[in-house]
Design a protein around this ligand. Structure first.
Ligand code: NIG
Ligand code: FE
Length: 405
């Protein structure tokens, strides 16, 4: 039996463009889209339910393709230190930074980790997010990484949204391995990753390639292990300095390379050739007061697909709003609102390997969409703060509606 969603404008985002249909209609069967197009042109199918969307603007459900939403504690005190002049690298070198969140995460129970992550993820859900990625990487020993990944799986079981879990064991050196980075990488490759993969907890593998984290050679070892296990890879690359991690990511056919402020043209060419998505994280750029923006014009010139994400994390991007990231991608990086919307739909879905199901409204994909009480899709990047009234449909069912509707 079919559901007919009618009386709406539709922004399909097929091919990453608005493709605005002013008088649109969508037919779904169970969780799937059967047809999208102009009202009055739908195929003749036995419709059992009609939903009047009251003239709202429909977009694909949003996808947040890079978060660290599960962690213990917060880093408000480091924010104060940074406002007084300390740099992110200074704080990390003094034992703060990622290491301080590792301490708080290890000290928390799974239930505590779950409870605070749910609050943050609910903020995203209420903004129209239907799929997201969550990384581990604040446990940095087998049991604590397992706890984080189990919490990620529990979130997926509890909430109506799709969650990809990424193992980021190569995020920072655990305190037990100071000065022994190669030994940690050895352990990650021989023990940690294979074990957590065997337990069914890992969908993808990430690493932090940076002068204050891991070298390209160390990351390559992690990627070799991921390849042996049949897991896709992605990389935190060129965030604080140029390490050519993006080139490495492209060589391993990574789903995405993320951050990319210090990305160079040659590596952009490699990403384009391998289909690696560039994930830009304006929250971290803003929060660290970075002054070098990612090379957007070159990314455009080479035709690299660009996604936008929150990078929700306690250290560099305590961001609870994906729409705010769309705005910052426009104001800080020079993206157009259409590119920003493609960046949180089609290309974000591609960065998670979920393009078959999410990212655009087309027959065969999931009926996971948002009906916004706005007139034009550019408004999604335009309004700052607060909420926009909306209803969120996930796999053919309404899962959220603002009381203001
Ligand atoms: O995406 N770059 C590495 N990881 C995080 C920051 C983690 C932290 O400081 O807690 C990021 O920016
Ligand atoms: Fe990150």
């Amino acid at each position: 039996m079919y559901t007919r969603w009618h009386h709406c404008q539709i922004t399909t985002m097929a091919g990453g463009r608005y493709n605005l249909i002013p008088h649109g209609e969508l037919l779904s069967a169970g969780p799937q889209i059967v047809w999208v197009g102009e009202a009055g042109h739908a195929p003749d199918l036995p419709v059992s339910r009609r939903v009047d969307l009251q003239g709202r603007l429909v977009t694909p459900g949003l996808v947040d393709c890079h978060t660290h939403a599960v962690f213990g504690g917060h880093r408000g005190a480091e924010f104060e230190q940074r406002l007084q002049g300390a740099s992110y690298a200074d704080i990390a070198a003094a034992g703060g930074g990622i290491a301080s969140t590792v301490r708080a995460t290890r000290a928390a129970s799974e239930q505590q980790l779950l409870d605070c992550a749910l609050k943050r993820i609910n903020a995203l859900r209420q903004e129209g997010v239907v799929a997201l990625e969550i990384k581990s990487g604040y446990g940095l020993d087998l049991d604590s990484e397992r706890a984080m990944l189990r919490v990620i799986r529990r979130i997926a079981a509890l909430l109506p949204l799709t969650v990809r879990s990424t193992c980021l064991a190569a995020h920072a050196l655990p305190p037990e391995y100071q000065q022994r980075a190669d030994d940690w990488i050895d352990y990650v490759c021989r023990q940690l990753l294979p074990t957590l993969h065997r337990e069914g907890l890992v969908d993808a593998v990430d690493a932090f390639c940076e002068h204050l984290a891991f070298s390209p050679a160390q990351v390559a070892r992690v990627f070799d292990t991921a390849r042996e296990l049949g897991l896709p890879v992605k990389l935190h690359a060129e965030q604080l300095s140029r390490q050519h991690g993006a080139a490495l990511a492209a060589r391993y056919r990574a789903l995405s390379a993320d951050h990319l402020e210090y990305l160079c043209e040659e590596d952009i060419g490699l990403m384009a050739a391998q289909g690696t998505v560039a994930v830009l994280l304006p929250g971290a750029y803003y929060f660290l007061k970075e002054t070098q923006p990612p090379p957007l014009d070159l990314l455009r010139q080479y035709g690299v697909p660009v996604a936008i994400a929150t990078d929700m994390n306690p250290g560099t991007s305590p961001v609870l709003s994906l729409r705010l990231m769309m705005n910052m991608a426009c104001t800080l990086f020079g993206m157009t609102p259409e590119e920003a919307l493609a960046g949180v739909t089609l290309f974000a879905a591609r960065a998670l390997g979920l393009e078959e199901r999410y990212g655009s409204l087309e027959a065969g994909k999931e009926a996971s969409f948002v009906a916004w009480d706005i007139q034009h899709p550019a408004e999604l990047s335009y309004w700052l703060g607060g909420t926009l009234s909306k209803q969120v449909i996930y796999q053919g069912k309404e899962v959220y509606r603002d009381s203001t509707l």
